[in-house]
Ligand binder design. Structure first.
Ligand SMILES: *Cc1c(COP(=O)(O)O)cnc(C)c1O
Length: 384
């Protein structure tokens, strides 16, 4: 949780802002390193979760690669000192410009999501006189048992290539001169907390990998994507995700060929719990049944509750009065701009400071300026 001695510093900053607890981030990164290195696995950090420079620096210093979903993320990864050979680039709609950016950077892998995309990469690589390393993103039809908006690996999702297209893809790959198939890639969804899903995924991957072997493709690596969930309900009790069980689920079920690498792309589980959205109570307004706690932060700073009905724990940092019932809402002109309904919090008044926990992932990176609001700052512990 937020250390008491940091309170004066937090109170001296203009709200709203994101606070990133460096100690917890370090602890998390160390845990990932320890558990993944047991098996010699390769970890890429999914940049879209959080691109606050100081946060990314901390992750880069642990030696992780990057998982990018745009050309700008590829350029940013390079700028932050991530070696090209550790950069993977996914996404269903890569533009020619983005592909060229990544080709020139000499990235580890284009994770390709359709046949037309593979053709375009081949063409651009030919134009540049290069061979593009590609992995095909496969839709394994595994249900991640998570919110439908963050489900990506079912057969009706826009992501990935389905098994009934494998023959067609194989023919294509053999006919194109400027690409080289180096691996297969998967990413079935986000905020997955049932380890059984990763077991199911591993078993599907074993079948798919043997298909490639039978069809004379040598796969240098298998990339299983990310998706490990965190405990939004108990950020204090469980500040670090269960990386031990996560990596072990793959180790126990996936069959690798001699020398074949296993890659991971973790986003949320790396950064979510270290971040808090700090906000100020503007007004307490009595409703009929409830009272509204109106904050100066809203869906523009943290859209997850409005977008996915996501739950975030909330604390009042400046009050320990007896608890009352509140609907905690933002100032944006949308009825969905609600952080939490009917929750018990210490009695608060105008000026009290609130922390919305588990906001380190998909918070600041999904911010918008809707209602012409200002984009707000983020600070790590050292930057406060
Ligand atoms: C978003 C994304 C990830 C990271 O997902 P998390 O659930 O945050 O771990 C990994 N790989 C790809 C391709 C992604 O799009």
């Amino acid at each position: 949780m937020i250390r008491k001695d940091l309170l004066p510093k937090l109170l001296s900053k203009a709200t709203p802002f994101y606070f990133y607890d460096t100690a917890l981030l370090r602890q998390t990164v160390e845990e990932i390193k320890r558990e993944s290195s047991k098996y010699g696995y390769h970890v890429h950090y999914a940049l879209k979760a959080n691109t606050h420079d100081a946060v990314v620096k901390e992750i880069v210093s642990a030696g992780f690669g990057a998982d990018c979903v745009s050309g700008n993320e590829v350029s940013y990864a390079k700028k932050m000192g991530i070696p090209s050979k550790k950069i993977a680039f996914a996404g269903v709609g890569k533009t020619d410009r983005e592909i060229l950016t990544a080709l020139k950077a000499g990235i580890f892998s284009f994770n390709c999501e359709s046949i037309p995309e593979i053709e375009v990469i081949n063409e651009l690589a030919m134009q540049e006189g290069m061979i593009a390393p590609i992995a095909i993103r496969i839709n394994p039809d595994v249900d991640p048992e998570t919110h439908e908006y963050i489900t990506t690996g079912l057969k009706d999702n826009k992501f990935g290539i389905n098994h009934w297209d494998f023959d067609l893809v194989a023919q294509k790959l053999k006919s194109l001169s400027n690409i080289e198939l180096t691996g297969i890639h998967f990413h079935v969804g986000s905020q997955i907390t049932n380890m059984g899903v990763f077991e199911q995924l591993s078993l599907k991957i074993n079948k798919i990998a043997s298909w490639f072997k039978e069809n004379d493709f040598h796969l240098h690596h298998i990339n299983v994507g990310g998706g490990l969930g965190i405990n939004y309900d108990a950020p204090i009790q469980e500040p670090v995700a269960d990386f031990k069980s996560y990596f072990k689920a793959f180790h126990d079920h996936i069959i690798l060929e001699e020398g074949q690498q296993l890659h991971f792309e973790l986003g949320r589980s790396v950064v979510a719990q270290c971040g808090h959205l700090i906000s100020q109570v503007l007004y307490v307004k009595k409703g009929l049944e409830t009272q509204f706690m109106i904050l100066d932060a809203g869906m523009t700073e943290l859209i997850r509750p409005a977008l996915y009905g996501a739950h975030h724990e909330i604390s009042v940092l400046t009050s320990d009065l007896p608890k009352e019932k509140y609907d905690v809402v933002g100032p944006v002109c949308e009825s969905s701009d609600v952080f939490s309904k009917g929750i018990m919090l210490p009695k608060a008044q105008r000026g009290d400071i609130i922390a919305i926990h588990s906001s380190g992932a998909y918070g600041q990176t999904m911010a918008s300026s809707y209602n012409m609001r200002d984009l707000v700052k983020g600070y790590t512990t050292e930057e406060l």
